[in-house]
Design a protein around this ligand. Sequence first.
Ligand SMILES: Cc1cc2nc3c(=O)[nH]c(=O)nc-3n(C[C@H](O)[C@H](O)[C@H](O)COP(=O)(O)O)c2cc1C
Length: 675
Amino acid sequence: MQTVPGRICQRSDLAIRSYGVAIPKLRPFSSGKLPERLPTAKTQRAASRNLAKSRKGFKCRAAAPPAIRERLKIDIEYGLKRGTTDNSYLVRDGKDFILIDVPDENFKEDHVATLEQTIPLQSLRRIVVTHLTPKRLPSLRALLERKQAAGGPLDIHLSNPALQLLRSSLGGDKEGAALLSSVELVAARSGASLEVGTEIALKLIPCPTPRWPDLLVAYSPGDRLLFTSKLFSAHVSPEKAGEDRGEVTDKKGWDAYRNDWRNFFECMLAPVAQQVEGALERLDVVAAPSTQSGSPLQAVLEALRATQAILEASQTARFGAKSMGVRATGVGMVAAALCPMHGPVVRSSVTELVGQYREWTRAQIAAAEQASVAVLYASAYGNTAALAQAISRGITKAGVGVNTLNLEVVPLDEVSLSISKSGGFVIGSPTLGGHMPTQVQTALGAVLRDASAKELPCGVFGSFGWSGEAVDELESRLRDAGFQQAFGAIRVKFKPTAKDMQMAEESGTDLAQREGKATGTEQAVGRVLGAMCAITARDDDAQSAMLASWISQASFDPPGLSVAVKKDRAAEALLAVGSKFVVNILAEGKEKPVIKQLLKPFKPGEDRFEGMDTQVSEATGCAILPGTAAYLECSVADKLEAGDHWVVYATVDSGQVTEEGALSAVHHRKIGTTY
Ligand SMILES: Cc1cc2nc3c(=O)[nH]c(=O)nc-3n(C[C@H](O)[C@H](O)[C@H](O)COP(=O)(O)O)c2cc1C
């Protein structure tokens, strides 16, 4: 390991510095393969000596870097064959400095030391934290301790989730709480952008994703630098890309890094493509002309953009943003450089990278709309996570969307929602103390309770040390419940080898192809669509609710409709002939909270309306739900047994439009084997 303090800006005032840390481990300039055994302090030192020798003319830091006795989890999870960097940027703001991000705890001493060599810490006036994890907290703490000793005021700007993490962890002990009380904590709220600094007016824009709910992006309008946190990152160290002198910019151009950027996107961002698309729209990045030397097109585009901005501003002032259809959220950022959290600063490839991000995001969303597979996993040391990434890659390769969910951080209702929307799933677990972790057990329970999940192709995988009970249990419980496994269980002892990863990837592709292989009839039946409704029913003090889209008008006079209800639905018991029920026709754009609530797995007798703002229909006593376009009060007139469903014929006794002008939410499907 070797620290790389590399200049990324040619300005003579040292206004910006990046601090990169390469992690190529034992043989940084060899084949790039990671060592099989964990590096010891001795081999670490040898590696850093090799690295120092090979950089002729570049002044390496004298102090030996701290030995890493443990392989980093991220290293195992993503292979990191090309190393990575943890970037931290220093920006001048008048007489003061703003620091953007602190690195992983393994680099905390080097980070503070580099900072102290670069500026007097009294002049460090602000820290912007674009993403905070428990692994980064020790670096922040070390810096705060030195800053407190140096003196001078300090503000920390971060998102609300990061603020909560900081308060609950650092504030948890006496010294930490004292450190926090000596600084000003300023939260950037979601949906709002915040200006930071006395002269540079750094703009902070929250860009949360389910994986990183605290993500912030910062923009310095003066020098047109966009600090993009995880966006536009890559796990690659400059040496591996053949850069000289430890530079951390993309001087070698698009071809030197495109696979690294793509790989990072596929592993980390493809599963949250919807949110990435939202962030790209919000930021609306365009390359500054100077970064694309000799590109007259860029100059024209920028001029057009400026004209459009002026037009939009004047129209908005006269008519208001909404009436003009102006995108009120787009910030419109001209970027001379993208400064990410990992990998090179992007100067020469801004147009390509931003364009490709839009392209990759669009393709991923389109694939997910056609069909998608849920990849559920937990992993204590990164081995099962590595398999999950390989399987996800295989699924994406088959052109099928993937929703990769880490069960340690994702709430159970999101897992259920993902399964209900997927055309297949895989579930993975490490074996710890002879069992699977609780989060995997809970998710497995939700899958087993979801009767329609049985129709989906599935698979199991996991890493173990010696006995491997978790994968056995996943496999047998799914098999016993009648689930069809698309590939044999993937069991890997400790760290997956290249062959294991290949097998996992191919299994993902296999499953995705099977998922995509609906028969012509199944695909054709899938084109039948219906309004997205929720049926609420009641019998005395027993109440129930279910989502229903197989619902259709069946008679003019009297007004009547048909509803197909699966025979094993809990609500079916409340739909006997003569019973009353309400059809809540959900409004387009407002359907998601109701869908989310009703797709949650419920225990017998559990209140399905908990936390919902419902009203009661006087005629039926059933619940009227929020987010409807209209509701109908109905009586069951007849029932017809139809395959695995009951077709309920009901007359509509009365009804009301609840939101004038609202359209009904429509449920589009591609195959007729799931709802
Ligand atoms: C505390 C602890 C308990 C473990 N218990 C078992 C066990 O009972 N059986 C087994 O096969 N492996 C066991 N292992 C080994 C892990 O399953 C193995 O390290 C695996 O690679 C972890 O996967 P992960 O990186 O996805 O967390 C244990 C490991 C630890 C640290």
